[in-house]
Design a protein around this ligand. Structure first.
Ligand code: UGA
Length: 439
């Protein structure tokens, strides 16, 4: 039997924190979401999820209905309310450096520690350079009011955008970096409903817990760049990288996931995480151990350049004045996130080379328009494609996979398409009279 359920706070209600807070409330905990941004708090409190994530708005409504989920900007409330405090603020790449920017983590932990009034466990979930948790342990102990019993633990998060709810409610593993049996007990209580489903739990120390996250993301990035490196070799030999990837995938030691060749990875995590990891490893004097991550990054960047080249080739060698329809802006389907989006990187390079680019995306055009007002944005696929010289598929939304090449051919006189994600059936498109090229 379980003891009384711990009361949880979630500090930082961005992508990770909002999802975590909502899911924990749905699992039956009393949860207080905390953020310095009053607008975000206001929107979440009134039932609005400030970003696109399938299934999350419904769960937010449900959680608010139960009365178990509240939002505040007050760290004082947080300190009074919580037994366990999850720190979920962002760690973006620093301007002009590969290092992670820890300003938000340090700020949130300091502000929280100052307002702790009773025994508490502070749990970091943010992705941080290894060694940060040890430093924060000291910071918390130095900052918390004298006599307050407070400990720090680390619990990395592996959720994917677009599948955030499922990944949170049914994760494939839980990792607890702890410094005492008490901290482990607290974390086991906070995740009891998840653990009861049979989810494996790895209990370890702080540096291992921090490293698991970057090691996992580095592996995934490496896998993607590996198949994209093979794509470069295939292109030089006339071999077919999709057939190659398929044949590799049947070896279950390799597996087919994250082995889709194409335009490569982007988003707020993989690119900055491999860079921050390289940077941290160099600081620790073991840069050589992960020097291959530089190559992983370089292969990934070359995909973007190669996509631009293919569009240029199809356009006859010069992009000036060429009308290009870009299918996709988000860094991946089922997301409105445009952070380091390969799609927009390609669209902007085409634009700078003189092409007239119209971007269409089912969810991300609002964000894209705010960030890159120089591009033109369409609302529907056929409308955006009308009159194009070249169409380029950059994000593999289902809506784009299902485009009828005949219908699109009726509005695109040139019938030239670059498939940046191997998302279309070349046979079908060629049969409909299209010149089809893929990476
Ligand atoms: C990634 C990890 O998958 C999560 O486990 C992790 O928790 C998260 O980062 C994070 O650190 O917070 P996410 O960035 O949401 O999740 O997106 P992914 O689904 O991993 O896709 C990343 C990029 O790789 C996308 O641009 C996608 O298009 C690309 N990709 C993925 C490929 O190019 N090929 C593939 O085969 C798979």
């Amino acid at each position: 039997t379980r003891g009384p359920a711990p009361r949880l706070t979630v500090i930082g209600t961005g992508y990770l924190g909002a999802t975590h807070a909502i899911c924990m409330a749905v699992l039956g905990f009393d949860v207080l979401g905390v953020d310095v941004d009053p607008d975000k708090i206001e929107r979440l409190g009134s039932g609005e999820v400030p970003f696109f994530e399938p299934g999350l708005p419904e769960l937010l409504a449900k959680a608010l209905d139960t009365g178990r989920l509240r939002f505040t900007t007050s760290f004082e409330d947080a300190g009074e309310f919580g037994d366990i405090h999850f720190v979920c603020v962002g760690t973006p790449q620093q301007q002009g450096s590969y290092a992670a920017d820890l300003t938000y983590v340090d700020g949130a932990v300091t502000e929280l520690a100052r307002h702790l009034r009773r025994r508490a466990l502070v749990v970091g979930k943010s992705t941080v350079p290894v060694g940060t948790a040890a430093r924060l342990t000291e910071l918390v102990q130095r900052t918390a009011p004298a006599g307050t019993d407070v400990e720090l633990a680390w619990n990395p998060e592996f959720l994917r955008e677009g599948y955030a709810v499922d990944d949170t409610l049914r994760p494939d593993r839980l990792v607890f970096g702890t410094q005492s049996p008490w901290a482990e007990e607290q974390l086991r209580a906070a995740f009891a409903p998840v653990i009861e489903q049979g989810t494996p739990v790895v209990v370890t120390d702080l540096p291992t817990a921090e490293l698991v996250k970057v090691a996992a993301n580095s592996f995934l990035a490496t896998k993607i760049s590996y198949i994209n490196a093979m794509a470069e070799v295939c292109e030089a030999t006339g071999a077919d990288v999709t057939g190659l990837a398929q044949a590799l995938s049947y070896d279950d030691r390799i597996g087919g996931r994250f082995l889709r060749p194409g335009l490569g990875f982007g988003g707020g995590c993989l690119p900055k995480d491999i860079r921050a990891f390289s940077h941290r490893a160099e600081e620790l004097g073991v840069g050589q151990a992960v020097s291959f991550l530089r190559e992983v990054d370089a292969i990934n960047q070359r995909r973007r350049a190669r996509t631009v080249d293919l569009v240029r080739e199809l356009a006859g060698g010069d992009l000036a004045g060429v009308r290009v329809t870009a299918l996709g802006a988000a860094f991946k389907p089922n997301s409105d996130d445009i952070r380091d989006a390969p799609a927009l990187d390609v669209a902007r390079t085409l634009h700078r080379a003189g092409a007239v680019v119209t971007v269409v995306d089912p969810a991300a055009t609002g964000n894209a328009r705010r960030a890159y007002p120089e591009l033109t944005y369409g609302t529907d696929v056929l409308g955006a494609a009308a009159g194009a010289d070249v169409v380029v598929l950059l994000t593999e939304w289902t809506e784009f996979r299902e485009i009828d090449p005949q219908a699109m051919g009726a509005v695109v006189a040139g019938r030239r398409i670059v498939d940046g994600r191997h998302a279309l059936d070349p046979v079908r498109w060629r049969a409909a009279g299209w010149e089809y090229r893929a990476l």
